[in-house]
Each structure stands twice: as C-alpha cells, then as structure tokens.
Ligand binder design. Structure first.
Ligand code: SAM
Length: 435
C-alpha cells in the first residue's frame, strides 16, 4: 500500500519527488501557537518553561522541545495550543473581519477555531463538529483557552439548513485521508487505498455543497484538507467551480508553501499546498468568493432571561454594566452580545456561568476561565507558584480572606476558582484537569 502512495506521489510531484521522499522520512516537527487572547506574547513566553524557537512562516507559531506538553504550566493555563505549523494556514487565509458571522463546519479538536479567534475575536463564531464525542473534546479545548464561541454538534446538512445564506465566512476543514500525519504516525500508510481516497473525495464534495448553502452572497469560503491527494484537493476544487460557475477562486497570496498541482484548466497557482518540502506536515488550502442569487437570510436571536440568584452571583463577581443571560439545559450562559437562535444540536452558546440546585447557585469552572470576563473580575486572589501547583493537584489552600467565591490567578492568568470558608480555599479545580 505504501508503494502505491509513493508511486502516486512521484507522478504528482515530478522533479520534487526525491526531496519530498527524503523529507517525509524525517521526524515530524513539533509546534505550538500562542493564545494571545489570554495574555500578551511576552507574558506567555515568560511562563513557557521549555525551549521554543520562532517559526519563520507564522509569527505566532513556535517549534518546541518537550515530551509531555500537556503537563506544562503554559498548557494548563491555556496559553498555548499544540498545532501543526501548516494547520495554521486555513484560518490565516480566511482572516474574518469584525462583526461577521463565521462558521467552522468541522471544528474538532479545535485548532482552527482557536486560530480564527486569535486572528479576530470580535466575530460570532459557530464551531460545529458532527461527532458528539469529538464535539465535547472541542468544548474542553476551547474552555481551557478561555474562548467562548457557540458550539454545536450537527450534521453539516442540518447546519446548512439552519444557517442557509447567512454566514459571512465559512471554514470547511474537511475529513480527509490525513497524509499530513504520516511523519507522526507511519501506520496511516497501511490503510492507503484508492477506494478510500475516492470515498473521501465524494464526502468532501457533499460537504462543499453544504458550505455553499451556508454562505451568503459575497461570503468567503476556505476549503482545506491535510492530504496530498489530488482527488481530495484540486479535483474537488475544480468540480465545485464547475457546479457553481459564479463562484470565484481567489489567489492566496502567501510567500510560503507551493502552488496547487495542475489539473485541467484550473488556476492552480491560486491554491496553496504545504508539505514536508515546506518544513511542515501537510495542508491544502483553497479560498473562494461565493456568488449566489439567494438573498442573505434573516438572522434570529434568542430572547435573554433574568434570574435573581444568577444575576446576583454575576454582579457579586464582576464589575459589569451590561450582559445577556440565557438558560439552556439547566445551565445559565452569559454573553456580551446577543446570541443566535439555535434550535438543535447546541452544546454551548456563550460563557457557561453555572446552574441552580434547589435555589443554590453552583458556578462553573469555565465562567472563571473566560477571557472576555477577565477584566471585570472584582474578587480575585493571586497565587504564588507553589500555591498554584498545589491547587492544580486538587488540594485546599489556606488564606485569611472573607468567605465567598474568588477567581484564582497565577501571574495574573485565570487558573480556576475557589469557595473560601473560614480561611480554607476549597478546591474547585475540575477533577479531570488535576495533576
Ligand atoms: N478543524 C479541526 C481542527 O483544526 O482541529 C480538524 C478537523 S478534522 C480535519 C475533520 C473533522 O471532520 C473531524 O473532527 C471529523 O469528526 C469530522 N467529520 C468526519 N466525517 C464527517 C462528516 N461526514 N460530516 C462532517 N464532519 C465530519
């Protein structure tokens, strides 16, 4: 099977094949990007206690050396996200503008959604993942980074029906044969088959139709995969343009990566391909401007609610003049702007504040981690390093403070929360996150 892959790559890459093969035999590069929605670059770099080196391709991406990045302070504090270098390209190419409605159709585990919000956080972002288990991983990654977009778990068809002709920007980072992962997991080639590639190409072409449906007239759509296969990349782009002659393929002007490979009369120079030849793993990116006859559909918003106990909690914790409160599945959510109406598949609509149990309010960890609320917290306690490390293991801390809830910070970064009672800071760090 691997032989077939190499034969096909030889035919695809021509003169560059030998260098590609050599680069592919090396180890994968390990990169992280910095979560500048949480802290500025210098602060993040001070907290990172392992070796990093800036990449030349994206100034927020760094090569790193660490065997267990998930156990570092910077990771725990949501200041970094492990993301392959070329996987940061689709969000950079889409580059949504302020106040727009952006849909990430296949969002889990979340790297590109996070990247979109790092580029522009003043957007309404719907992060969708059809697989419910993966959607929950997406939610926990976003919460760790303190980000609070809308999260849904819907089939892309249902998503497209719900938001038909409404999105200003759409990212379709499609399921694919994943060859960009080969240097990380060589066993991928054991399952290499033309049948599988064709099946995926058919699925991607259906998803592209859902992306088209979601887009309003004048919207931008990025189609990306992490494979080198022409059927899943250039051929799908070509077929999409054939089906929608008014859609334009835009020129991705980037000084790095390679142009697409030639297919029929497709303007392949407008596409971007990244592979080990470019010092990364694998990404294909196409940018379209959508033109269609349908008018942009009306956007409906949810009706906010009030709840005395919840409002009292929010006002005790935050110095905030105005917010929108919503209730969904027993939980209360806070947003700084109105939230879209979503009838099904909703996992999270904004910042989860907490829930009521017999008129007693139980706050959520994500309320205290939300970046958008960080400037408004009135009640907080700054921890020393030893205290932060102790708290993270699940132990109580002791301090002479008034009873009540507090945001805990380390180097001013939101860690979690505590309920103080007679000098004991009870540990509220979620069990699954302790170490
Ligand atoms: N954008 C993500 C990121 O940056 O972390 C990676 C997305 S991954 C390449 C593709 C996603 O598509 C997977 O999470 C997978 O569960 C989802 N997927 C698989 N089959 C699908 C289908 N039939 N419809 C919609 N999504 C699907």
């Amino acid at each position: 099977m691997a032989t077939l892959f190499y034969e096909r790559m030889k035919a695809l890459l021509g003169d560059e094949y030998e260098s590609f093969k050599e680069e592919l035999s090396k180890d994968a590069v390990k990169t992280i990007f910095l979560n500048e929605r949480k802290a500025d670059r210098d602060t993040i770099k001070k907290i990172i206690d392992f070796k990093i080196e800036a990449s030349r391709i994206n100034d927020r991406v760094y090569f790193y050396e660490h065997d267990n990045i998930g156990r570092t302070n910077a990771y725990d504090l949501g200041l970094i996200y492990p993301q392959e270098l070329s996987a940061t390209m689709p969000a950079q190419v889409l580059a949504p503008q302020k106040n727009s409605l952006v849909v990430d159709m296949c969002a889990a585990p979340g790297g590109k959604s996070i990247d979109l919000l790092n580029i522009q956080d003043d957007i309404t972002l719907i992060c969708n993942e059809h697989d419910f288990k993966r959607a929950k991983i997406l939610r926990s990654n976003l919460e760790r980074l303190g980000l609070s977009p809308i999260i849904t778990s819907l089939k892309t068809k249902d998503l497209a029906d719900m938001f038909e002709s409404q999105a200003d920007y759409v990212l379709l980072d499609a399921p694919c044969s994943g060859e960009g992962m080969i240097r990380k997991d060589r066993s991928i080639l054991n399952n290499y088959s033309l049948n599988n590639i064709q099946k995926l190409a058919n699925l991607q072409s259906e998803l592209l139709e859902d992306a088209f449906k979601l887009s309003r007239d004048g919207a931008y759509l990025v189609y990306s995969t992490c494979t080198y296969e022409i059927e899943e990349n250039e051929m799908n782009v070509y077929a999409f343009l054939q089906r929608h002659p008014r859609v334009t393929l835009l020129d991705i002007q980037m000084g790095h990566g390679h142009p697409g490979v030639q297919y029929k009369d497709l303007a392949s120079h407008k596409l971007r391909r990244f592979s080990p030849l470019d010092g990364c793993e694998g990404q294909f990116v196409a940018l379209f401007e959508i033109h269609k006859d349908d008018k942009q559909k009306h956007i409906s918003y949810l009706k906010p609610c009030t709840q005395k106990i919840v409002d009292a909690f929010i006002n005790e914790m935050l110095a905030i003049d105005h917010y929108y409160l919503y209730k969904f599945n027993d939980y209360y959510y806070l947003s700084l702007k109105p939230v879209l109406k979503i009838d099904k598949g909703l996992l999270r609509m904004a910042v989860e504040v907490g829930t009521l149990n017999k008129q007693v309010f139980i706050p959520s960890h994500s309320f205290f981690r939300a970046n958008i609320l960080r400037p408004y917290f009135k009640k907080l306690i700054e921890l020393e390093l030893e205290e932060y490390l102790k708290y993270r293991t699940g132990l109580s801390l002791f301090k002479d403070v008034e009873d009540g809830y507090y945001l805990l910070t380390y180097l001013k970064q939101a860690v979690g929360f505590t309920k103080a009672s007679k000098g004991e800071l009870k540990n509220k760090y979620p069990k699954g996150l302790r170490f």
